[in-house]
Design a protein around this ligand. Structure first.
Ligand code: FAD
Length: 423
């Protein structure tokens, strides 16, 4: 299986490279007189990946990228900061884009799709010929009763790269022996399906390192979760009985939140010293403010990533409904490649590529121990949905060597993608 997985991945990568080189060759011959302006919203994983691919075509297009933040703090590896495996500076980047790409640091306030104009917070504006949106996630207004994402008194959720990890760790630091930690994990779909369970592992790693006795209760709005059998085994091995998972059918769905206590859907009260709610999610706020989406996630054409009903606006990454693909940085990069190549095909009036996509999610259970799942995807026969082609997962009873090797592979993936995107 592993051999099959490797050869599939390597043929996908080779094919993409050949297609990219072909297109660069074609674009150099065409060299547009009036170059269309492509504006990219967001310099996170989806946006920066589009920039990385489209930067090969600046003879053909003018490229502008806009982000509200000058410094990008990545969610991948943020759990490792919580677990004290790495320092926060290791997940913080100041993007260095090519000189011929304009990087604007400003916040989108409204996208006027009719007039193809973006309005900013400071009342300035920017026109576009094509807009690519990758603003990440927003939060549902109807959360657990009594809980608000905006209440600074709550433990910060740390689910969107905003600058709150220090506060989260301050909360952990104040915990004493025999403390109880409650994590509420949301129902699908949400950003990075294994991340709540990796976070539990990293909290455990942190407290174990400080020799604090603890109990972590994960209350889940689902009846199962990705890589469950490996997580359960790893928790037992590394932390004894200190991490307990409660499924939805066993009362895992939290319906009410009060300071230092929660209530599940059976009305049972559970007290906690550190209550970490992972909020229910939907597409980035700007998309709803601009009335570009009627559902929780953007509906796109999965061959081109054009937004349904708006032919010159594209969306990628966590904000889109990508069928069977999970919301991950790896997925966002894989989608951005297809979006970029097919946008160039559109400009060159060539036919569209038929995409294949790839995703690998690594999760850490403690220092130097990681495991993964890799899945590949294609379009269904009617070309309106991304469907799974198969997947391969680390073994349940992986030996030390396998877990250590996968932790090195995870660092390799992270270093390589952040270097490619941010320089
Ligand atoms: C704890 C955690 C761990 C994770 N670990 C992994 C992992 O190991 N591997 C993996 O593949 N994925 C992981 N993910 C998922 C990954 O972070 C996301 O899937 C990925 O960031 C999606 O990319 P995106 O471009 O859609 O959004 P983002 O990367 O969040 O980028 C969105 C960007 O848009 C900007 N923006 C938003 N609104 C505006 C506006 N109005 N104006 C201007 N700028 C704006 C933001 O500042 C941000 O820079 C993890 C997520 C979490 C929460």
């Amino acid at each position: 299986m592993i051999k099959k997985k490797r050869s599939f991945i390597s043929s996908v990568l080779k094919l993409s490279l050949v297609l990219l080189l072909n297109q660069i060759g074609m674009a150099k011959k065409v060299k547009a007189k009036n170059k269309p302006k492509v504006v990219v919203l967001g310099a996170g994983f989806g946006g920066a990946s589009c920039i990385s691919y489209l930067s090969n075509f600046t003879d053909l297009i003018d490229l502008v990228v806009v982000d509200k933040n000058k410094w990008i703090k990545t969610c991948p590896f943020s759990n490792l900061v919580i677990g004290n495996l790495i320092d926060e500076s290791k997940i913080t980047f100041k993007p260095k884009f090519n000189k011929n790409i304009k990087f604007v640091i400003s916040e989108f306030k409204f996208i006027d799709a009719e007039r193809k104009k973006i309005l900013f917070d400071d009342e300035s504006s920017l026109d576009f010929d094509f807009l690519i949106m990758s603003p990440g996630i927003g939060y549902k207004s109807k959360q657990i009763q009594g809980y608000s994402v905006n209440d600074n008194e709550n433990i910060p959720h740390c689910w969107d790269g905003e600058n709150k990890i220090a506060n989260f760790k301050k909360g952990l630091d104040s915990l004493e022996n025999n403390c109880r930690i409650i994590i509420s994990s949301p129902d699908y779909p949400y950003r990075c399906p294994p991340a709540p369970y990796e976070r539990a592992s990293m909290i455990a790693n942190y407290l174990k390192g400080k020799s604090v006795k603890f109990k972590i209760l994960i209350f889940d709005s689902k009846n199962s979760f990705t890589k469950k059998s490996i997580f359960l085994k790893e928790w037992k091995e590394m932390y004894g009985n200190s991490i307990e998972w409660v499924s939805k059918q066993n009362g895992g769905q939290i319906s009410r939140f009060e300071k230092k206590k929660v209530f599940n859907s059976d009305g049972e009260k559970i007290k906690g010293d550190f209550i970490h709610i992972i909020p229910e999610q939907k597409a980035g706020k700007i998309i709803f403010d601009s009335k570009l989406c009627n559902n929780d996630w953007c509906t796109i054409n999965p061959q081109t990533f054009q937004l349904f009903n708006f032919k010159d606006i594209y969306a990628v990454g966590d904000s889109v409904d990508a069928g069977d693909m999970p919301k991950s940085a790896f997925s966002a990069e894989s989608q951005a490649k297809i979006l970029s190549l097919n946008l160039i095909n559109r400009i060159l009036q060539k036919s569209y590529l038929n995409p294949v996509f790839l995703n690998t999610c690594y999760s850490f259970s403690s220092n130097d121990r990681a495991f993964s799942i890799t899945s590949w995807y294609k379009l269904n026969t009617t070309k309106d949905r991304i469907v799974s082609l198969g997947s391969s997962q680390s073994s349940d009873d992986g030996l030390n060597d396998e877990r250590i090797r996968e932790s090195k592979e995870a660092f390799g993936w992270y270093e390589s993608i952040t270097k490619t995107l941010y320089g």
